[in-house]
Every structure is written in structure tokens, then in C-alpha cells.
Design a protein around this ligand. Sequence first.
Ligand code: PEP
Length: 254
Amino acid sequence: MRKNIVAGNWKMNKTYQDAQALVSEIDNMVKDEVSGDNVEVIVTPPFPFLHSISKLIQGNQRMHLAAQDVSAHESGAYTGEVSASMLKSVGVEYVLVGHSERRQYHNEDADLLLKKMKAALGQGIKPIFCCGEPLEVREAEDHFKYVGQQLRDTVAHLSNEEFDQIVIAYEPIWAIGTGKTASSAQAQEMHAYIREELSRIFDAEAAYNKTILYGGSANPGNAKELFSQPDVDGGLIGGASLKSRDFTDIIKSF
Ligand code: PEP
């Protein structure tokens, strides 16, 4: 059974106090307003807040914790890095890998992304693998080829068992933080293509069961239509995840 997920990526925002307040509000709203068990909620705060937020959401079965990054290394002399085992020890269940901001500003390439995914998987942490094309690639109508290559460069190197543990997020770079969302038709055709590509790399059943999230200026006004597409299984939400009301309304869009 394919799982629906709404994940909030807080990026480098909030102080400790603001983060506690935000997650408490989300936690309460989710408890009060979200019924049924058709959606899993993930929050992705900055590293320093992971431990306290893990404790805060402990009692809420629907809420899960992700980190924004993980080291490819296990341990040792890697100043500034945070290992998968450290994340595991504070209750992290998911980690973003391949977000376009890390690819672009930190030069993370396919080889490093694969190592990061393997490091996370080795600790039982599920990678949320982000892919998506820049504007010039979309305008040249090369977006399917581009995203297909991103999958073949990294995801294709996982074993079947490892693949079963990951989540995919399609995030067209031209839609991230720009207020310009992909139309539901554009999201659907890319998600269907990703699923098709995954079925070629792995198998049809594994691809059918894979959760594929859409990310890029999703908000309470467009989430319902995006999530109603047959191959869109939820969202990776940036800006709108920093406001408890907006984030909860997006969660309620299923
Ligand atoms: C993101 O960065 O993952 C993202 C989807 O951001 P936004 O929702 O702000 O476009």
C-alpha cells in the first residue's frame, strides 16, 4: 500500500524557541483536526532542534521527524558533519538527500548523494530523495530526460531492499520558493514518468508502491488539486510549512 506523506522542510529558519512553538502548534492541530490514518506528517527542523522536537512529538503517532542532511561518513574527523547514527540516536526517521539547494550551494553530486543514502539506510533512516529540473531544462523540454538521469545516477544503485525504504520527492527547481507552482497536470505527468522509470529500474510492484511527493510552492490553495492526482502521494513543503495553520491545512488536503 502506497503511503501519503506531507513533509515540512524548515530549511535554515527559526530559533529554538520559535521551533518549539511551531511544532507544538502543528502537533496540537494535527491531533485535533486530522482524522483517519491516510497521511503521515513529517517535520524537518534544523539539527540543533531535532532532539527536543523528537521528545515533543513522541506521543503523536502521526508525526515523524526528519533531518535536512546527513554525512556520508560513519564517524571521525569530519568537523561540522552529523552522522546517521547521531541522527538515529535522537529519534530521526527520515532524511532529505539531494535537495536542489544542497546540490547547488554545496556541490553535492550523484556519487555523494548515493553515499549519504547508504549511510542513512545503514542506520535504518529513510532517505527522501529529491530530484527536479532547473528552468532552462524545462524550457528546452528536456525535463523527463534530466529527472530520469538523476534517478539512474543515484537511486538505481540501491538494492531492492534499500529502494523499498526510500521516498521520492519531485521538486522542479523553478517552483521552489518562487511562488510558481507546477500545474497539477505538470506534476502528474512527471510523477507518472518517475514511476514508470522506477518500474524499469526495479519492478512494477515496487514502483507502484513508492511514495512520490511533489515540492515547489505548494500551499493550502493548491494542495488539494495536486494531491488528487493519481501519482502524487503528498508534498514536500518549504515556505508554507513554517506556518502551523497553512501546514495543517495542506495536511488536511487529502
Ligand atoms: C523545498 O524547498 O523543498 C520547497 C518545496 O520549498 P517551497 O515550498 O518554499 O517552494
